[in-house]
Ligand binder design. Structure first.
Ligand code: FES
Length: 114
C-alpha cells in the first residue's frame, strides 16, 4: 500500500514500525533525520508531515485532521497532508511531507536520496 503520489525512485525507505500498530484513525510521532514527524493512517492511506508548523513552530501533528488537511492547533493554519502546502494564513510556507509505504507488514518512510 502506498501513501500518496511520490516518485518512489527518488527516495530511500527506512522501516519504522509494524503496520498493525497504526490502524486507521491513529497517528504516530517519529523522528526522521532528527526532525519530528507525524504519521497518520487515514482510512488505510498513510501520510507523514513535519510536526513543526512553518508559521511559528506550533505542534502541527497534534492538529485536527479535516479530509486531507491538518489544522495547526496554535493559530489555525491549514496544510495539505499530501503536499505540505500551506493552504491558509497565517502560514505561508509549505512544510515537509514524506512518502510512507507498507512492505511485508512493516511501515517504511522515504527520505529523499542525496
Ligand atoms: S504556529 Fe501554526 S498557525 Fe501559528
Amino acid at each position: 500500500m502506498e501513501s500518496t503520489e511520490f516518485d518512489a525512485s527518488q527516495y530511500e525507505f527506512f522501516p519504522f514500525g509494524d503496520a498493525a500498530d497504526l490502524p486507521p484513525g491513529e497517528r504516530w510521532f517519529i523522528d526522521v533525520e532528527d526532525r519530528p514527524v507525524m504519521v497518520a493512517n487515514l482510512g488505510g492511506k498513510y501520510y507523514a508531515i513535519a510536526d513543526v508548523c512553518t508559521h511559528d513552530d506550533g505542534p502541527l501533528g497534534d492538529g485536527d485532521i479535516d479530509g486531507c488537511e491538518i489544522i495547526c492547533p496554535r493559530h489555525g493554519a491549514r496544510f495539505d497532508l499530501k503536499t505540505g502546502e500551506a493552504l491558509t494564513l497565517p502560514a505561508v510556507t509549505r512544510t515537509m511531507v514524506y512518502p510512507v509505504r507498507e512492505r511485508d507488514g512493516k511501515l517504511e518512510i522515504g527520505i529523499l536520496k542525496k
